[in-house]
Write a protein that binds this ligand. Structure first.
Ligand SMILES: Cc1ncc(C[n+]2csc(CCOP(=O)(O)OP(=O)(O)O)c2C)c(N)n1
Ligand SMILES: [Mg+2]
Length: 375
């Protein structure tokens, strides 16, 4: 059996004890012990500092640039949405950047990546050009899905990014199948799939993990636990909210990781990728994160308090990483400005590209639907 590395979240407050049957225990943010939380944050900051020492400056700067790019790109996308340039659903990733960036940095370019509809960050971290991602959001022909997928259905075959999936949990069995294909063909590629914690209650999650462990498939299951499925808090919807523990049911290796620490995510994914590539063993990684924006652009957000959001913003993954890199003298203010200027230019370019890209032609309506279309 594979090595189990279950590190559950430290239970917090009195309601962390099992609730009596049928009773949903409400726990407000105020019930979190602030001293305990501060101590935990300090401990994690120390972890970040120690990890920085083990990495090349270039690797660190690449990760930082990608996180800043995703942040600024999405701020601009939100602006474009309110101007009516983007239609339909648009789910922002702001607050969760460390997850896609840290994990994708630990993969090889020929590994496969799949995610949910909250997919802008993963596509950008995978290397899809900001021009093509923005044009896709605008529904333009220059988009990475030729303007026919939109925000939720980004796709980039060249970068082995197999989507953007709008059905909650739908990408989990697909990624399991991709891992099976890699094993069947005898390549040493890894399949890495991201999903929210609300997808964990879907049957396909359990069916996939069971099959992946039984058949020893090289798949990494990354649960981005941002603690809400639309307006429903995790604790109101899941009987056992430590997602990483669910791997025990399948004898699968699992880890719990702080999603505000890009290097913790990187290290956990490196371990999982090595396990997948060398031992052909799957892993489940629960990454505890938080989205700073609404579920989608049309979310009024009345299910959580501003105070709660601000509490998590103190550990903004971009801010925390910049502070740590400064403290370790890897970057100074001038370097940060350079990155910000470069990213701003990239995002401006993406907006211009998307604006000037044409609408998909009407005759494209029937293309890209079937692999072998019936004439
Ligand atoms: C099968 C299915 N059921 C319901 C929905 C509607 N829906 C869209 S997003 C969402 C919440 C998912 O939350 P989570 O998996 O935690 O991901 P997050 O949005 O937090 O990233 C729901 C219920 C859907 N798209 N697909
Ligand atoms: Mg969620």
């Amino acid at each position: 059996m594979s090595e189990l590395k279950v590190k559950p979240l430290k239970p917090r407050g009195p309601s962390a004890a099992p609730a009596s049957a049928g009773v949903v225990t409400e726990r407000g943010p105020d019930e979190i012990d602030q001293a305990e939380l501060r101590a935990e944050h300090q401990e994690r900051q120390q972890h970040l500092h120690a990890s920085i020492e083990g990495l090349e400056r270039e690797t660190l700067l690449n990760m930082l640039s990608q996180m800043v790019l995703i942040r600024r790109f999405e701020e601009k996308a939100a602006e474009a949405y309110t101007l009516g340039k983007i239609g339909g659903f648009c789910h922002l990733y702001i607050g969760q950047e460390a997850v896609a960036v840290g994990s994708i940095a630990a993969l090889r370019p020929d590994d496969y990546v799949m995610t949910s509809y909250r997919d802008h960050g993963h596509a950008l971290a995978r290397g899809t050009s900001p021009d093509e991602v923005m044009a896709e959001l605008f529904g333009k022909a220059g988009g990475c899905s030729a303007g026919k997928g939109g925000s939720m259905h980004l796709f980039d075959r060249d970068n082995h990014f197999l989507g953007g999936h709008a059905i909650v949990g739908g990408q989990i069995p697909l990624a399991t199948g991709v891992a099976f294909a890699a094993k069947y063909k005898g390549t040493d590629q890894v399949s890495c799939v991201y999903f929210g914690e609300a997808a964990v209650n879907q049957g396909v999650f359990h069916e996939s993990l069971n099959m992946a462990q039984l058949w020893k498939l090289p798949c990494i299951y990354i649960c981005e636990n941002n603690q809400y499925g639309m307006g429903t808090a995790l604790k109101r919807a899941m009987s056992l909210s430590d997602v990483s523990q669910k791997a025990c049911a399948y004898g699968m290796a699992s880890e719990f990781v702080d999603g505000m620490d890009v290097l913790a995510v990187y290290e956990a994914t490196r371990r999982a990728a090595a396990r997948a590539r060398k031992e052909s063993q799957p892993s489940l990684i629960e990454v505890r994160t938080y989205r700073f924006m609404g579920h989608s652009m049309s979310d009024p957000g009345n299910y959580r308090t501003r105070a709660e959001i601000e509490k998590y913003q103190e550990r903004d993954p971009v801010k925390v990483f910049i502070e740590s890199l400064k403290q370790k003298q890897i970057v100074d203010d001038a370097t940060i400005k350079e990155i910000e200027d470069r990213v701003r230019a990239q995002v401006e370019h993406a907006i211009k590209f998307a604006d000037s890209s044409p609408e998909p032609a009407p005759e494209e309506l029937h293309t890209h639907i079937y692999a072998n279309p019936i004439k």
